[in-house]
Write a protein of this length. Sequence first.
Length: 329
Amino acid sequence: MKKITCETTYTVHVHENKAGMRLDKLLSEEVEGLSRARLKGLMEDGHVFVGDLDGAAVMDGKKKARVGDVYIICVPPAVAAEPEAQNIPLDVVYEDDDVIVIDKPPGLVVHPAAGNADGTLVNALLAHCKGSLSGIGGVARPGIVHRLDKGTGGLMVAAKNDAAHTSLSEQFADHSLDRAYYALVWGVPKPLAGEIEGHIGRSPQNRKKMAVVERGGKYALTRYKVLKAFGTVASLVECRLATGRTHQIRVHLTSIGHPLIGDPLYGGGGRSRRSLLNDAARARVDALDHQALYAFELGFTHPRTGLRVLNKKKIPLFIKEIMCELEKV
């Protein structure tokens, strides 16, 4: 029998007023500091038991709780991160004992995966934080609470301990964070401010793409505002996320006919507009090897102090350079 090692254990008794509740919901309400997502992971890994640690493992969070049942939650020690620490320069915007906010450059992959075994943000964080990163994200993703696409630059927050990771994960789940992006797009959205809604799922035509789908997918809402128009050719748009879906801004803006300049996956709609550019602007756009998207604002409630932490950055140079040439078109 596999030996179970627990760093922390919690005991939960099911009382009459909790009978019939989903087990994952009940346990998350009864145990402070463990989110529903974290409990789901513990269940799937066989770390929740009936009666005692020698009892049967409960792996289905949908199971209905019964009066009199006793559940033992075993929280194992954080798994040591396997990626190698690498001395990759980081632009640190904010840092304390619990969290670190960095300005990720476009082109930097967030965590190791197939095709990117190292040279990632995780490798850089391991060197910078010297082992002080949350283990909840798993072996390959220590400290990582959310991600930005490889080609998207901007503000990201990472957790230095499990309590911070749990708190930030819950804020991402309930959409209580402030997240805003600069997006340089083809054309000028009409109206100049509004909301884009639409369920986002895997594109049936191209499995590498996401798309606004009529059936399935996950609900997504993006609020946008045109900050500056360059004739009818292009515009700088501020986007604020009310939800956080894969490629959400890229997909939503493409769905209304205004793909991001430089987007290698969704930017095909800019071909006709590209012909309207002068040589200098066209050269600047052609030199861009990633989408013109930048996460300039990130606000969250600090896991320890409960105070609001708001980080903001100015328009990045790679977008400013294109805007400068668009001004002359």
